[in-house]
Structures are given as structure tokens and as C-alpha cells.
Design a protein around this ligand. Structure first.
Ligand code: PLP
Length: 410
């Protein structure tokens, strides 16, 4: 019996009763489906210190260097969302009063400005028009005016589905003014090229639950030698103990204790990175591009409109679709989820729905189920779409780009 003064014991449902009988196909903007190998690894708990863990960590760093395309030693993990990796870059690279120029393409790239503000930095934001990639010459002018220590930008702005395809040029300009360049590659890492060393990027951040197809909650950050020097030379103490890169170095580079590492999440990340290495970056990039473009062809083939018209600025990792005037994002997302067991996403601030094309989402069987569910949803909700044509356009695109065909031509 619960005592009278105590807090009563809660009546809870078992997880089995809460989770849907038929799992949802996760085709939103993350988290994305995880491969069996990642799921299995995520059930492993071992000692967070000691030789086995040290071996795992060593391999995670080696594989991360390949995925980030860097030879820098300074790869670290963090227990937390991708935002924790972002916060790690902000609080370690900036001291109070120092200047950062944040390129703001939308919801996520603005987050870095919020974090830098809280870190006491002098924050300048360059607002990029919603449908456009950042323009290198505008960035150059802003750098000349502000003279920041750090500039931050996103490779793919998940909220409005814009790709900053100008990243490489912008990083080169920023470098020529001596700025440190921080890149948010949360939704793009391992889905499209990002060459940290070759492109002069000083810090790359990513999460687990998007391109890497791992679990949410364990993230990675890589610093260049130049960025690490700034961290080591820092004069004012960091207010964030958990995010202090020099303390994290104890665990990630010296087999020592910082805080108890998220052991099972690191195991999952290890397997996710191993799958990227086995596939190779080149083939993974082409799989992502091919699947996303096939989906885009299918959506347009149904008579619906993509949010980003300019092809170069259109992100492949997340596809944004204009919502017909008579509907809301919530109606569409609820219907496709309830009736077809496919989950897609609304957006932060834009009149669109979004379908993810990250990691395991880029598989042909997932594409067909998703496009069919999406077309059926639009029809069910009273929108006239040419669903057979959409499905056919997607199939044609896939056939015209199939690897078997490419090989027989060669
Ligand atoms: C999802 C996302 C984030 C935030 O990731 P969390 O794991 O939710 O913290 C940041 N930036 C971009 C570009 C994203 O897509």
C-alpha cells in the first residue's frame, strides 16, 4: 500500500501498448531509420573506460576522420544532440566580447547565433533570403565590415531545404581574412561532399540521427589544428564544464575520465560509421543524390511544387514541398501517418512539408512506399494529383541512373 503522505505510484502502460503495432516508416527530417547492426550495437553496455572502449573510440575517431575528410587529430564525441556539438564549437572557440559572423539561412543556422550570444560573444548575423544559398560576395562584404574571429554557416538548412553549395568558396574567402570557419553538417554529413581539410574548414559538427543513420543523442565535432590552438590558448575559463573540449580530450584522446560516456550510443555510432566506410563516401553520395532526385521527379510528376526552384540551391538531404492552399502541414502529416504509416515532417516557419533523404531513407523500397503514401494522402485530402505519372517519373529517373546501366556503358 502507498503511504498516505507519499506520492502515489503511477499507473503506466507497457511500452508495447504505447508503441504502434505497425511501426511508422520514418521519412521525416530525422531521426531516420537505423540499420539492424546499429540497433544491435545500441544494446551493448561495457565499461566506459578500459582497453575495449579505448579500441572502439580509436576506431570511431579514425572513421570520423574519413567521413569528415580530415587528418586533424581533434575529433571529439559528445553525449547530446547535434545542438550539443554546436554549443561545444560556440563556447570553446569564442570568448566573451569576441566577434562571430553567423550566416543565417533559417531556423538551424540561427541557433548558432543564439548560442554565441549566450556565450557572451559579439554576434553579427547575415540574413540570407529564404530560397537562396549564401552569396560569397555578400559574405566577403560582411566579413570586411565586421572582421569576425569566427564565421559560422550551415551546409544544408534543414528547415527550408536550402543547400549552401557556395560553402567551399565562402570558406576560402573567410580563410583569406583569417577567420575560423564553423560548419553545421548535421543533415548533410555523409550524404554529399564536405572536405574539411581541403576546403579550409576549422570545425565541423554533426549529429547521429540524420545522414549517419545512427541514434539521436551522441554527436561528433572535429576541430582543425588552428581551431585547437585557439582552444588551448584561451585565457578565460569556460562556464560549460560538460562541453569543455580540453576536458573532453581526456576521454577522447587519453583513455581518461571526463563524464561517463554514452557507451551504447557510441557503439551504435561505431557501427553507423563502419557502414559508411564499407559503402565508401563516393557510392553513398551518389545513392543519396540519385534517390533524392528520383523522389523530386516523382513529386513534380504528380503536379506538386518543390519549395526551392533553383536546382543548385536545392538540398537533397531533405526535400521541401509546397502545401496546397486548402491544406495545412499538420493535416498532411497526420493523415499520411495515421493511414499509411509513413512519417514526414512539417516545417519551422515555411509553408511546406518535408520528406527526408538521409541514410537509410535513401532506399528504393522506402521511396516507392513514401511517394505512393504521399500521393494517396493528397488525393484523400481532395487535391488533384497525377499519382500514376509521379510513380512513373520516379521509376524512369531510377532506371536512367541505375548503376548496372552505367557499368554496361563503360
Ligand atoms: C537537426 C539539425 C540540427 C539540430 O540537431 P539536434 O540533434 O536536434 O540538436 C542542427 N542543424 C541542422 C542543419 C539540423 O538539420
Amino acid at each position: 500500500m502507498d503511504s498516505k503522505t507519499g506520492i502515489p505510484r503511477p499507473q503506466i502502460q507497457s511500452l508495447n501498448d504505447i508503441l504502434p503495432q505497425e511501426p511508422l516508416l520514418m521519412m521525416g527530417a530525422g531521426p531516420v531509420p537505423i540499420p539492424e547492426r546499429v540497433a544491435k550495437a545500441n544494446s551493448v553496455v561495457i565499461n566506459h573506460l578500459g582497453p575495449t572502449m579505448a579500441k572502439v573510440i580509436d576506431q570511431v575517431k579514425q572513421m570520423a576522420r574519413y567521413v569528415f575528410q580530415t587528418e586533424s587529430k581533434w575529433v571529439l564525441g559528445v553525449a547530446g544532440p547535434a545542438s550539443a556539438a554546436m554549443e561545444m564549437s560556440a563556447v570553446n572557440l569564442l570568448q566573451p566580447g569576441e566577434k562571430i559572423l553567423c550566416l543565417n539561412n533559417g531556423f538551424f543556422s540561427h541557433r548558432m547565433a543564439e548560442m554565441a550570444t549566450r556565450a557572451g560573444a559579439e554576434v553579427h548575423e547575415l540574413h540570407i533570403p529564404v530560397h537562396e544559398a549564401a552569396d560569397p560576395e555578400r559574405v566577403r562584404k560582411a566579413i570586411e565590415k565586421v572582421r569576425p574571429k569566427v564565421i559560422s554557416m550551415v551546409q544544408g538548412e534543414t528547415s527550408n531545404t536550402v543547400c549552401n553549395y557556395t560553402l567551399k568558396d565562402i570558406a576560402a574567402i573567410a580563410k583569406s581574412y583569417g577567420c575560423l570557419v564553423v560548419v553545421d553538417a548535421v543533415c548533410t554529413l555523409s550524404t554529399m561532399p564536405l572536405k574539411m581539410d581541403e576546403w579550409n574548414v576549422d570545425c565541423v559538427i554533426t549529429g547521429g540521427q540524420k545522414g549517419l543513420s545512427s541514434i539521436p543523442g551522441v554527436s561528433l565535432v572535429a576541430f582543425s589544428d588552428a581551431a585547437w590552438k585557439v582552444i588551448e590558448d584561451r585565457s578565460s575559463p569556460l562556464t560549460h564544464w560538460c562541453f569543455d573540449a580540453r576536458l573532453a580530450e581526456n576521454f577522447w584522446h587519453r583513455d581518461g575520465y571526463h563524464y561517463t560516456a554514452p557507451v551504447s550510443g557510441i557503439m551504435a555510432l561505431h557501427e553507423a560509421l563502419a557502414l559508411v566506410c564499407e559503402e565508401t563516401l563516393e557510392l553513398r553520395f551518389s545513392r543519396h543524390e540519385r534517390c533524392s532526385k528520383a523522389l523530386q521527379a516523382g513529386i513534380e510528376g504528380m503536379g506538386l511544387e518543390l519549395f526551392i526552384k533553383e536546382k543548385e540551391a536545392r538540398l537533397n538531404s531533405v526535400v521541401g514541398i509546397n502545401i496546397p492552399e486548402t491544406l495545412t502541414a499538420k493535416q498532411i502529416c497526420d493523415h499520411i501517418s495515421d493511414v499509411y504509416r509513413v512519417e514526414i515532417a512539417g516545417s519551422f516557419g515555411q509553408p511546406i512539408v518535408r520528406i527526408g533523404q538521409m541514410g537509410e531513407q535513401c532506399r528504393e523500397h522506402n521511396l516507392f512506399r513514401t511517394l505512393h503514401a504521399f500521393g494517396s494522402t493528397m488525393r484523400d485530402l481532395g487535391i488533384r494529383v497525377d499519382q500514376p505519372n509521379g510513380m512513373a517519373e520516379m521509376e524512369s529517373y531510377l532506371q536512367s541512373t541505375s548503376q548496372r546501366r552505367t557499368r554496361s556503358v563503360a
